[in-house]
Ligand binder design. Structure first.
Ligand code: ADP
Ligand code: MG
Length: 181
Protein backbone atom coordinates (compact mmCIF):
# COMPACT_ATOMS: atom_id res chain seq x y z
CA UNK A 1 0.00 0.00 0.00
CA UNK A 2 1.42 3.38 -0.94
CA UNK A 3 0.76 6.61 0.89
CA UNK A 4 2.96 8.72 -1.35
CA UNK A 5 1.74 12.20 -2.11
CA UNK A 6 -0.34 12.83 0.97
CA UNK A 7 0.16 16.08 2.85
CA UNK A 8 1.07 14.51 6.15
CA UNK A 9 0.94 11.16 7.80
CA UNK A 10 2.39 9.80 11.01
CA UNK A 11 1.40 7.14 13.52
CA UNK A 12 -1.81 7.78 15.44
CA UNK A 13 -0.93 9.12 18.89
CA UNK A 14 -1.28 6.51 21.57
CA UNK A 15 -4.32 5.98 23.71
CA UNK A 16 -7.06 7.70 21.78
CA UNK A 17 -9.95 6.84 19.53
CA UNK A 18 -9.13 7.27 15.84
CA UNK A 19 -11.57 9.71 14.28
CA UNK A 20 -11.74 11.04 10.74
CA UNK A 21 -12.99 14.52 9.90
CA UNK A 22 -14.14 15.72 6.48
CA UNK A 23 -13.45 19.34 5.55
CA UNK A 24 -15.13 21.38 2.82
CA UNK A 25 -15.24 25.02 1.78
CA UNK A 26 -16.42 26.98 -1.22
CA UNK A 27 -16.38 30.59 0.03
CA UNK A 28 -13.86 33.25 1.04
CA UNK A 29 -10.67 31.57 -0.17
CA UNK A 30 -11.52 27.86 0.14
CA UNK A 31 -7.91 26.65 -0.02
CA UNK A 32 -6.92 28.94 2.83
CA UNK A 33 -10.05 28.03 4.80
CA UNK A 34 -9.29 24.32 4.58
CA UNK A 35 -5.54 24.68 5.11
CA UNK A 36 -6.08 26.84 8.16
CA UNK A 37 -8.75 24.47 9.51
CA UNK A 38 -6.33 21.54 9.18
CA UNK A 39 -3.95 23.43 11.47
CA UNK A 40 -6.78 24.20 13.89
CA UNK A 41 -7.78 20.53 14.04
CA UNK A 42 -4.25 19.90 15.30
CA UNK A 43 -4.91 22.23 18.22
CA UNK A 44 -8.03 20.50 19.55
CA UNK A 45 -7.31 19.55 23.17
CA UNK A 46 -6.66 15.95 24.19
CA UNK A 47 -6.28 15.09 20.52
CA UNK A 48 -3.62 14.94 17.88
CA UNK A 49 -3.92 15.16 14.14
CA UNK A 50 -1.85 12.34 12.66
CA UNK A 51 -2.80 12.65 8.98
CA UNK A 52 -4.11 15.14 6.44
CA UNK A 53 -5.04 14.27 2.88
CA UNK A 54 -4.20 16.45 -0.07
CA UNK A 55 -6.79 18.97 -1.13
CA UNK A 56 -9.41 17.95 -3.70
CA UNK A 57 -11.79 19.93 -5.83
CA UNK A 58 -15.42 18.88 -6.22
CA UNK A 59 -18.69 20.07 -7.70
CA UNK A 60 -21.28 21.27 -5.18
CA UNK A 61 -24.14 19.08 -4.07
CA UNK A 62 -27.56 20.69 -4.23
CA UNK A 63 -27.59 23.95 -6.18
CA UNK A 64 -24.92 24.07 -8.89
CA UNK A 65 -25.21 27.85 -8.76
CA UNK A 66 -22.32 28.12 -6.31
CA UNK A 67 -18.52 27.79 -6.51
CA UNK A 68 -16.73 24.42 -6.56
CA UNK A 69 -15.61 23.01 -3.24
CA UNK A 70 -12.19 22.30 -1.83
CA UNK A 71 -12.24 19.13 0.28
CA UNK A 72 -9.85 17.19 2.46
CA UNK A 73 -9.94 14.60 5.23
CA UNK A 74 -7.94 14.60 8.46
CA UNK A 75 -7.22 11.78 10.90
CA UNK A 76 -7.23 12.49 14.63
CA UNK A 77 -6.42 10.46 17.70
CA UNK A 78 -8.60 11.82 20.44
CA UNK A 79 -9.44 11.23 24.07
CA UNK A 80 -12.54 13.40 23.71
CA UNK A 81 -15.99 11.86 23.60
CA UNK A 82 -17.63 12.10 20.17
CA UNK A 83 -19.99 14.93 21.19
CA UNK A 84 -17.14 16.93 22.69
CA UNK A 85 -15.18 16.50 19.48
CA UNK A 86 -18.23 17.65 17.48
CA UNK A 87 -18.43 20.77 19.66
CA UNK A 88 -14.84 21.61 18.79
CA UNK A 89 -15.57 21.09 15.09
CA UNK A 90 -18.54 23.46 15.34
CA UNK A 91 -16.44 25.99 17.24
CA UNK A 92 -13.87 25.95 14.42
CA UNK A 93 -16.66 26.30 11.83
CA UNK A 94 -17.93 29.33 13.74
CA UNK A 95 -14.45 30.89 13.88
CA UNK A 96 -14.42 30.64 10.10
CA UNK A 97 -17.60 32.66 9.97
CA UNK A 98 -19.88 29.84 8.98
CA UNK A 99 -23.49 30.90 8.82
CA UNK A 100 -25.99 28.08 8.47
CA UNK A 101 -28.35 28.95 5.68
CA UNK A 102 -29.75 26.61 3.02
CA UNK A 103 -29.00 22.90 3.26
CA UNK A 104 -26.02 22.10 1.02
CA UNK A 105 -25.69 25.82 0.32
CA UNK A 106 -22.32 27.58 0.05
CA UNK A 107 -20.23 27.65 3.21
CA UNK A 108 -16.90 29.02 4.40
CA UNK A 109 -16.17 25.81 6.27
CA UNK A 110 -17.95 22.51 6.80
CA UNK A 111 -16.45 20.02 9.24
CA UNK A 112 -18.09 16.62 9.39
CA UNK A 113 -17.22 13.89 11.85
CA UNK A 114 -17.00 10.98 9.43
CA UNK A 115 -15.95 8.21 11.77
CA UNK A 116 -15.32 7.92 15.49
CA UNK A 117 -13.55 4.62 15.94
CA UNK A 118 -16.06 1.91 15.19
CA UNK A 119 -18.82 3.61 17.16
CA UNK A 120 -22.28 3.92 15.67
CA UNK A 121 -24.15 6.99 16.89
CA UNK A 122 -27.55 7.94 15.56
CA UNK A 123 -29.02 10.96 17.30
CA UNK A 124 -30.41 14.26 16.07
CA UNK A 125 -27.16 16.08 16.73
CA UNK A 126 -24.67 13.41 15.73
CA UNK A 127 -24.70 10.55 13.28
CA UNK A 128 -21.56 8.46 12.80
CA UNK A 129 -20.53 7.01 10.49
CA UNK A 130 -21.55 10.17 8.63
CA UNK A 131 -24.63 9.24 6.56
CA UNK A 132 -23.10 10.44 3.27
CA UNK A 133 -19.65 8.93 3.74
CA UNK A 134 -20.12 5.82 1.59
CA UNK A 135 -21.62 7.75 -1.35
CA UNK A 136 -19.38 10.78 -1.68
CA UNK A 137 -16.23 10.63 -3.78
CA UNK A 138 -14.94 13.84 -2.21
CA UNK A 139 -14.95 12.05 1.14
CA UNK A 140 -13.95 8.50 0.14
CA UNK A 141 -10.90 9.35 -1.99
CA UNK A 142 -9.15 11.64 0.51
CA UNK A 143 -10.10 9.24 3.31
CA UNK A 144 -8.46 6.38 1.44
CA UNK A 145 -5.30 8.46 1.14
CA UNK A 146 -4.78 8.55 4.89
CA UNK A 147 -6.69 5.56 6.30
CA UNK A 148 -5.91 1.86 6.05
CA UNK A 149 -7.50 0.37 2.91
CA UNK A 150 -9.12 -2.26 5.13
CA UNK A 151 -10.67 0.33 7.43
CA UNK A 152 -14.07 -0.95 8.52
CA UNK A 153 -16.92 1.53 8.16
CA UNK A 154 -19.63 0.23 10.50
CA UNK A 155 -22.74 -0.74 8.60
CA UNK A 156 -21.11 -0.04 5.22
CA UNK A 157 -18.10 -2.32 4.83
CA UNK A 158 -14.45 -1.99 3.96
CA UNK A 159 -13.14 1.36 2.77
CA UNK A 160 -11.47 0.02 -0.39
CA UNK A 161 -14.73 -1.63 -1.49
CA UNK A 162 -16.66 1.57 -0.82
CA UNK A 163 -14.27 3.48 -3.08
CA UNK A 164 -14.66 0.84 -5.81
CA UNK A 165 -18.45 0.95 -5.49
CA UNK A 166 -18.69 4.74 -5.25
CA UNK A 167 -21.30 6.01 -7.70
CA UNK A 168 -19.33 9.20 -8.37
CA UNK A 169 -16.05 9.51 -10.32
CA UNK A 170 -12.95 10.30 -8.30
CA UNK A 171 -12.57 14.00 -7.50
CA UNK A 172 -9.75 16.05 -9.02
CA UNK A 173 -6.86 17.19 -6.90
CA UNK A 174 -7.04 20.90 -6.20
CA UNK A 175 -4.33 22.47 -8.33
CA UNK A 176 -4.22 25.48 -6.05
CA UNK A 177 -3.89 23.71 -2.73
CA UNK A 178 -1.19 21.11 -3.26
CA UNK A 179 1.78 23.18 -4.25
CA UNK A 180 1.42 22.09 -7.85
CA UNK A 181 0.29 23.75 -11.02
P1 ADP B 1 -24.05 18.91 5.91
O1 ADP B 1 -22.67 18.75 6.47
O2 ADP B 1 -24.77 17.61 5.70
O3 ADP B 1 -24.11 19.78 4.73
P2 ADP B 1 -24.56 20.70 8.08
O4 ADP B 1 -23.09 20.82 8.28
O5 ADP B 1 -25.30 21.96 7.82
O6 ADP B 1 -24.92 19.65 7.00
O7 ADP B 1 -25.21 19.99 9.33
C1 ADP B 1 -24.80 20.29 10.58
C2 ADP B 1 -25.65 19.57 11.57
O8 ADP B 1 -25.50 18.18 11.40
C3 ADP B 1 -25.20 19.93 12.97
O9 ADP B 1 -26.28 20.53 13.62
C4 ADP B 1 -24.82 18.62 13.59
O10 ADP B 1 -25.37 18.50 14.89
C5 ADP B 1 -25.40 17.58 12.67
N1 ADP B 1 -24.61 16.39 12.50
C6 ADP B 1 -25.09 15.12 12.60
N2 ADP B 1 -24.14 14.22 12.38
C7 ADP B 1 -23.00 14.94 12.14
C8 ADP B 1 -21.66 14.55 11.86
N3 ADP B 1 -21.31 13.25 11.78
N4 ADP B 1 -20.74 15.53 11.68
C9 ADP B 1 -21.11 16.83 11.75
N5 ADP B 1 -22.36 17.27 12.02
C10 ADP B 1 -23.30 16.32 12.21
MG1 MG C 1 -21.56 19.46 8.08
Amino acid sequence: MSFSGERKRSSPCSGGVVAYVGLGSNLNGPVDQVTCALDELGEIPDSCCFACSRLYSSKPMGSLDQPDYVNAVAGLSTRLEAYALLEHLQRIEAVHGRIRQEHWGPRTLDLDLLLYGEQVIDTATLKVPHPGLHLRAFVLYPLREIAPAALHVPGRGILNRLVEQCPEPGPALSLLGNGRG
